[in-house]
Design a protein around this ligand. Structure first.
Ligand SMILES: C[S@@+](CC[C@H](N)C(=O)[O-])C[C@H]1O[C@@H](n2cnc3c(N)ncnc32)[C@H](O)[C@@H]1O
Length: 283
């Protein structure tokens, strides 16, 4: 899988994440569903690990103009919720790439369960060394995950490399504002595994440097602050389950980390953005 030096922290973080396959399956059982007869529609209310749920996927699909004939790469695909939704809703083929083995394996199992494995496949690998040839994809997407990737210029350059000329990049991510202090940034790196956060200007500069023309940019900070307050309440409601699976310490730590994180959004020190670009033919 190439070198993953310095990426162990993020793998450990997702190996012990409160949103996980076991928790999703329990929620489905709780709804009285037979786990051996699940449909994509049953699953898609539970498996999206980004802000804004399915509406956020729809916004990305619309902004990027994704269509059935496209082959799409989801970079940092997690348990595969957005990849499955895209295939189910649009009918396109999707490949999900993720570094964390447990996430990659969960993505494969969940996809087989709902019978989407003909359209959606997963690859275990690093976004900074994508195991794909040049020009394989029509579109590259990402949602609330590139915050974990330490080298943003290289990440965006890798996205450009695997896209066909004229291909689309469309992603949302957590952003640092100028008000974020060095101490806050250090705490986010240690506790949330955000080694360095992108910025509104920085991502646009990096896209242009890799040959993309900017199609649209949206500031999602206000919208995400409301969503994050609700998410904090949801994590608290999962506290007992998180403690049962990973121990009391993890549950309490998670509460501390997440409260701090949501506070930074409330104070405007963190924000969110949606970026769409098209790879120039003449780059
Ligand atoms: C918040 S989850 C996002 C999942 C997905 N986008 C969704 O909306 O459900 C972030 C994912 O990024 C993955 N990740 C972090 N760093 C990575 C890297 N360098 N290469 C590939 N995947 C990475 C993690 O393993 C994790 O599964």
């Amino acid at each position: 899988m190439g070198t993953t030096a310095g990426l162990d922290g993020v793998v450990g973080y997702y190996d012990a994440h409160p949103i996980n396959e076991d928790q999703i399956l329990r929620a489905l059982e709780g709804r009285g569903l037979d786990l051996d007869r699940l449909t994509p529609d049953d699953l898609l209310q539970h498996d999206q690990d980004h802000y804004g749920g399915l509406a956020a996927n729809d916004a990305l699909i619309a902004r990027a103009g994704l269509r059935a004939e496209h082959r799409v790469l989801d970079v940092c695909s997690g348990m595969g919720g957005p990849a499955r939704y895209l295939a189910h809703r649009v009918g396109c083929r999707v490949v999900g790439l993720d570094l964390t083995l447990s996430r990659f394996e969960s993505a494969q199992r969940l996809t087989r369960r709902v019978g989407l494995d003909g359209l959606v496949t997963f690859v275990h690998g690093n976004a900074l060394e994508m195991p794909f040839s040049a020009g394989e994809f029509d579109a590259v997407i990402g949602q609330e995950a590139w915050c974990h990737v330490p080298d943003k210029p290289r990440l965006i350059a890798e996205c450009a490399r695997v896209l066909k000329p004229g291909g689309v990049i469309a992603f949302t991510d957590i952003l640092a504002s100028e008000a974020l202090s060095a101490a806050d940034a250090a705490r986010l790196a240690a506790e949330m595994q955000f080694p360095v956060l992108g910025t509104m200007r920085g991502y646009q500069d990096q896209m242009q440097a890799s040959g993309f023309e900017i199609v649209s940019v949206d500031d999602l900070g206000g919208e995400w602050t409301t969503i994050l307050e609700e998410r904090l309440a949801m994590y608290r409601s999962l506290g007992t389950e998180t403690a049962r699976k990973f121990g009391e310490g993890r549950s309490k730590d998670w509460d501390d980390y997440y409260s701090f994180f949501v506070g930074l959004f409330r104070e405007g020190r963190l924000s969110g953005g949606r970026f769409v670009g098209r790879l120039r033919h003449d780059r």
